[in-house]
Write a protein that binds this ligand. Structure first.
Ligand code: SAM
Length: 327
């Protein structure tokens, strides 16, 4: 992270646009450095994290959020559709915790909170549920036996809010690239077939609270099949990235990519060179936890052998030839 933050902020950067914000940990680190950040992600759960960690100003929200979270934390469980779907039909959370998640989420819905306060409460809830879930980190499957941490009681915490302004959007990256400008744009797109919506479908449902139709043993939302990202498709990723790069309006573009992606690195370098001078560092990275713990089938049984424990993450820095894009 320090290397990335250094690459993003060097040379007096004051504004940043993170087009694939995910957990918002990069936007949060930049905000901590005094950079004004706009965070974008096409999934609702990631947009919620962005509104909490990037957009919400702690000076305005810390006190009311702490009060609200204390109130939500003591609600008794209220089992319903969520508990039945994710704790009985599938087994992501123990039913006691699932029923408390459900009561808290129902209460947040009834309160009709201001958007930033709602995002803080939802982030607190998603993170609390994440700490007691029974998966290897992604929701492609749950474990056959309950994980030890799933036995712990759900505990809400106040997310680490930061002072200052920021903003967030929930758009496709191609659209967001054309709408917002900044000194530096950060691109950390998906690089293979694994859909973030499919991997975190329970958090998407918890945030949207739309009781969707679900399918399969994993009880994925039906729209996982329809809301595919071009960045998860071997045949589409190059054009999608070229479209983003063609629209970005910035002095610098920083791109994270790893050597196991659908896009060959020589082609990526070629695309980046259309915007300016490219420099590159590569960082050895531990792979995601599933690769370390093993590969499981939807029944939670261990199958196959995990790949190597480490891969290489490439960081590309493009100093743009012209500040404005050709759009
Ligand atoms: C590799 S992750 C980003 C991780 C992030 N940098 C972090 O530190 O957590 C890629 C993100 O891109 C989002 N995404 C996928 N396709 C997208 C698209 N077409 N437009 C915008 N966001 C997209 C996913 O929801 C996911 O959060």
């Amino acid at each position: 992270m320090p290397q990335l933050v250094g690459a993003l902020t060097s040379g007096g950067v004051r504004t940043a646009l993170d087009l694939f914000s995910g957990t918002s940990r990069v936007g949060h680190a930049l905000k901590r450095e005094g950079v004004r950040v706009h965070a974008n992600d096409c999934n609702a759960y990631a947009h919620t994290l962005a509104r909490c960690y990037v957009a919400a100003d702690a000076r305005r929200w810390r006190v009311p959020a702490a009060r609200l979270i204390a109130e939500l934390a003591v609600l008794p469980g209220e089992p319903g559709w969520f508990t039945d779907t994710y704790c009985v039909r599938s087994r992501y959370l123990k039913p006691d915790n699932g029923a408390r998640v459900e009561a808290i989420r129902n209460r947040i819905a009834v309160l009709a909170l201001e958007p930033e306060l709602e995002a803080i409460a939802l982030t607190s809830l998603v993170e609390a549920a994440d700490r007691v879930d029974s998966t290897v980190g992604v929701q492609m499957a749950y474990l056959k036996q309950w994980a030890a941490r799933a036995q712990n009681p759900l505990r809400l915490r106040l997310p680490e809010l930061l002072d200052g302004d920021g903003s967030a959007s929930c758009l496709d990256a191609v659209e967001a690239a054309g709408r917002f400008e900044a000194d530096v744009v950060y691109l950390d797109p998906p690089y293979n077939q694994h859909s973030y919506l499919g991997n975190y479908h329970v958090w998407e449902t918890l945030v949207r609270w739309d009781a969707p139709e679900v399918y399969g043993i994993a009880c994925k939302r039906i729209d996982v099949r329809e809301r595919g990202s071009a960045f998860n498709r071997r045949g589409l990723i190059a054009d999608a990235l070229a479209a983003v790069l063609g629209r970005v309006c910035a002095r610098r573009i920083v791109v994270s990519f790893n050597d196991e992606g659908y896009l060959e690195l020589p082609l990526l370098r070629e695309l980046l060179a259309t915007r300016g001078e490219v420099s590159e560092v590569s960082v050895d990275h531990p792979r995601y936890i599933g690769h370390r713990l093993g590969v499981y089938n939807p029944q939670g049984e261990k199958v196959g052998t995990p790949g190597p424990a480490r891969n290489r993450e490439h960081l590309f820095v493009v100093e743009c030839a012209g500040a404005l894009s050709a759009r």
